[in-house]
Design a binder for this molecule. Sequence first.
Ligand code: ADP
Length: 517
Amino acid sequence: MQGAATLLEEVFGFDAFRPGQEEIVTAVAGGQNVLAIMPTGGGKSLCFQLPALMRDGVTVVISPLIALMRDQVRGLREAGVSAGALTSGNTPEETDAVWEALERGELKLLYIAPERLAAGSALNMLRRIGVSLIAVDEAHCVSQWGHDFRPDYLRIGELRRALNVPLAAFTATADQETRDEIVTRLFDGEPPASFLHGFDRPNIHLAFEAKNAPRKQILGFAEARRGQSGIVYCGSRAKTEAIAAALREEGHNAAHYHGAMDPDARRHVEHRFNTEDGLIVVATVAFGMGVDKPDIRWVAHADLPKSIESYYQEIGRAGRDGAPAETMTLFGPEDVRLRRSQIDEGLAPPERQMADHGRLNALLGLAEALECRRKTLLGYFGEDCAECGNCDLCDSPAETFDGTTPVRMALSAMLRTGESFGSGHLIDILLGANTDKIRQRGHDGLPTYGVGREYDKRQWQAIFRQMMGHDLCRPDPERHGALRMTPAAHPILRGEAEITLRRDSIKAAPSRPTVKA
Ligand code: ADP
């Protein structure tokens, strides 16, 4: 059986589980009956698709919407998974092909429309093909009180009894009546393993800071928490070693950890971390799986995580004991440039690259959020939350200003120079700097030359970073990171849209972050 984490990455192309997914995948793959309640968009399908690959035989998926089934089958096939659907929308050829694949024992996932279960032949067929798991999407359709009631869903209980295999039911509807009815009708009243927890980890304080002097910022953060167990995540192996050494120089108990270390050395650090009090581990994302320490008091990111999912998973290692824990994530334009080029230069197919850019945008949106971070974070995972009172933006609300004019200036400088330069040169143009590069290329004759003197260099850097955060421009990896506009910038440039920027991140960050009492 291949590991869930490997399949997650290799088949689905995701770098981390979303909240709740890992526990559900483990239970379903382990053959338990499961009822999982997750918000829409939370990532339910992965919770049965991934276990289907981990188990022998066929997983039957019952889903009420033909369009959705077809979408999922298409997606799975593109990822190289053998999947098929039997629905009334099939052509006879499609149906034949699904049957043949089943007979040959090739299919891993078979999607079936519930009305198919009404025909007695379906049960005989399913008996023959070696079903190992039944997954029921939109399980609330079994509830007669709900507005989505589907009489054919009532047959699923029968099917489970006849096949005698585990069943995993998924829904976004969480009210108690519906849940009770699902348990009665699908599980004959035997309580399944149930997963219904909010994704919120209210004891974890969330904060982001613009990366100005990263080493100093990390050292400052650790200093204010001296003696507490913490993790510093870094984007490179070399950096883990350098920061761990710097922390030791300041008298902290610190060790580094990365994937190139030999297994014994890694186990040694894991053991120390789990057993010693107050050790700081400076690590790449390789550190995490072997860590089971409930009282990690803080997690700092010296570099921006890969995606919003990775961010959630990594900060989620803090404060498992429920006591207050703190996090701080540094981010800067270099992080954005690096991640974008990793995605663009990767071997993933174009749709996946687009999705990866989207997930990075979500994280940047969180980094540049104007209101409560938790609201933004949980909103991304489909969960509502009030202002949390436990993030940097609730502590001191972001001061904002109308950034339309400077953003338009910057976009115009970008366009007039053929989208061929990075932010450094564009800022020189906006500030009217007298550099060789500007003189040689005649950029001192541009209408945008010197129009941005109202802001200084650091402020312009913050504006460019926020522009990248809003995905108004992206560095082009084939042209040394030259900034190119995205379509999202067009309405601003045309004067049809305005943009609000944060002023606080334009100000210089304090060299020592203030600590909450
Ligand atoms: P729902 O819970 O509404 O059925 P889906 O299963 O359709 O949600 O998933 C919603 C979106 O989340 C999809 O675009 C899917 O690709 C994405 N997704 C699911 N799991 C992950 C993950 N671990 N990392 C990143 N994206 C994910």
